[in-house]
Design a protein around this ligand. Structure first.
Ligand code: ZN
Length: 161
């Protein structure tokens, strides 16, 4: 086994269990690219993708726990409006980063604003959702030294600087 991580390019269409399309790379001419082993894609998908070869097409089901996590009621919090950035202009669906209960940075979304009380939700919008990825592997190659140093894939479908 080579110790160089691989960069995998693939097209995908992401749907929830109800069959509703959430996201797709088919809108773009370039497939999505990621480097293995650095958490660029959700763990449940990366594990299944690692077994595929160029040209393979698969439907990969990923349970919520291996996707964006289960829904955590503790991440729904109420805070006084004055404690939030840009509190004067705050609107529902605004998002900002703040530290969660374990100190990790989370993206919080404003759910409701009632007077001075703001309800925030730090769950990922797809938390609690079982997902289905319809994938086609387009390319597999070794990561470059630069990609390894940066911790992400470069080029079409990857990170642009
Ligand atoms: Zn880079």
């Amino acid at each position: 086994m080579s110790t160089t991580p691989r960069v995998i390019s693939f097209h995908y269409t992401l749907t929830n269990k109800a069959g509703e399309v959430i996201d797709t790379s088919r809108d773009s001419s370039d497939p999505f690219s990621y480097m293995e082993g650095v958490g660029q894609i959700i763990p449940g998908l990366e594990k299944s993708m690692a077994l595929l070869s160029v040209g393979d097409k698969r439907k990969i089901e990923v349970a919520a726990a291996d996707a964006y996590g289960t829904h955590d009621d503790q991440l729904i919090v109420e805070v006084p409006r004055a404690k939030l950035p840009n509190s004067d202009q705050l609107q529902e669906d605004d998002q900002f980063q703040a530290s969660g209960p374990n100190g990790e940075m989370l993206l919080f979304r404003v759910v409701t604003i009632e007077g001075d009380n703001v309800k925030l939700d730090g769950n990922h919008p797809l938390a609690g959702e079982d997902l289905v990825f319809d994938v086609e592997v387009i390319g597999v190659r070794d990561a470059s030294k630069e990609e390894v140093a940066h911790g992400h894939a470069h080029g079409p479908g990857g990170h642009h600087h």
